[in-house]
Ligand binder design. Structure first.
Ligand SMILES: O=C(O)CCC(=O)C(=O)O
Ligand SMILES: [Fe+2]
Length: 337
């Protein structure tokens, strides 16, 4: 490992958390032993055709349609657009809205909430059974959850990152698993995920990962899921297709461990070893500010069309680019002093 002490460098290393299944992990479940071994060896796992398209995925697509409809109404009412593009199909309507109002995807996200259809997928029983094989019997959903509407030819792309980079340092000592679920078939052209296999933490410079050999393109069919740990570097390809790349990413971890979320929002208990009949308390989840406010600094005020994203985790980043988000972050920081 390099001895450079960049921002966010903890100087600690806990490989066993990410490479060895917890002692209480269930042996039997939807995942084969090979899949469990693969996850702990490589840091990720693609499970093709895991979900039922009709019952699990299509309801989420309908929910997305409602979110886009709501976004169009809000923008129209505020005079930001002149055409709601009601005649356009689901896979293109948001792109048309964004032609007139480029931040339409952020607005869709900001005012979209996290509808029950997405929550049902996040807490899908078979999926939680699989997660018990990786995390043990006590599982909470992490408050960092989102749906994404990646419109064609949008250069805004998450660069290579680890999901722990959005959280406190304490999250580096906890296995958190991201589930990335596409709502359409994804490939290199329409923005599938890319991961660096094997538990690398700072890609080429620090750990000497070979970006020719170690990068895995995760092309997946609708109905599949990619699981990866919070230390695994990942990004996605640009969307060069004509359609929106819809996806959702959610996270889980042991309910006995810290979330690393600046104590801002609790997790949501999904499995409880003391109570096998545990029912998820979504009403409690609804009473707390949504994660877009806490994590991204976006307000959910109907009159606020701000789309600049900042968060406390940015303190840990070495900024290499100056854009409106970075500039706002520095402005906020200087106001705090
Ligand atoms: O969907 C993307 O393009 C990036 C997703 C991602 O970074 C994540 O799910 O953690
Ligand atoms: Fe990520």
């Amino acid at each position: 490992m390099s001895d450079s002490r960049s921002n966010g460098f903890s100087g600690e290393c806990h490989p066993e958390i990410f490479t060895v299944p917890p002692k209480d992990a269930k042996e039997q479940g939807p995942l084969s032993k090979e899949q469990v071994d693969f996850f702990f060896r490589e840091g990720y796992l693609v499970i093709e055709d895991f979900f039922d398209i009709e019952n699990d995925i299509n309801p989420c697509l309908k929910a997305m349609d409602c979110i886009v409809e709501n976004c169009a109404s809000i923008l129209y009412k505020a005079g930001k657009i002149t055409n709601k593009h009601e005649d356009k199909g689901s896979h293109e309507r948001l792109t048309y809205l964004a032609k007139e109002y480029p931040d339409a995807p952020v607005i869709a996200y900001k005012f979209g909430g996290f509808p029950i259809e997405f929550r049902n997928l996040w807490s899908n029983e078979r999926l939680l059974d699989a997660l018990e094989q990786l995390l043990g019997p006590d599982i909470q959903g992490h408050p960092n959850y989102l749906f994404r509407t990646k419109i064609p030819n949008n250069q805004a792309n998450d660069p290579w990152h680890q999901d722990s980079a959005y959280l406190d340092m304490e999250a580096c000592k906890v296995l958190q698993i991201t589930g990335w679920i596409p709502f359409i078939d994804v490939n290199e052209t329409n923005s599938c995920m890319k991961v660096v296999k094997r538990k690398k933490s700072e890609i080429e410079r620090t750990l000497g990962a070979d970006m020719e050999k170690d990068v895995v393109l995760c092309e997946m069919r609708k109905g599949s899921i990619l699981l990866f740990n919070n230390m695994l570097p990942h990004t996605s390809t640009n969307n060069l297709s004509n359609e929106i790349r819809w996806s959702m990413d959610v996270r889980w971890q042991s309910s006995k461990e810290k979330l690393g979320f600046c104590n801002k929002k609790p997790g949501i208990l999904m499995r409880d070893s003391q109570n096998p009949l545990h029912k998820i308390n979504w009403s409690e989840f609804d009473t707390i500010k949504p994660s877009n406010v806490e994590l991204f600094g976006l307000t959910d005020d109907e009159n606020d069309f701000g789309s600049i994203i900042t968060g406390p985790y940015m303190k840990n980043w070495n900024m290499t680019n100056k854009n409106r988000h970075v500039l706002e972050f520095f402005a906020k920081e200087s106001r705090n002093f």
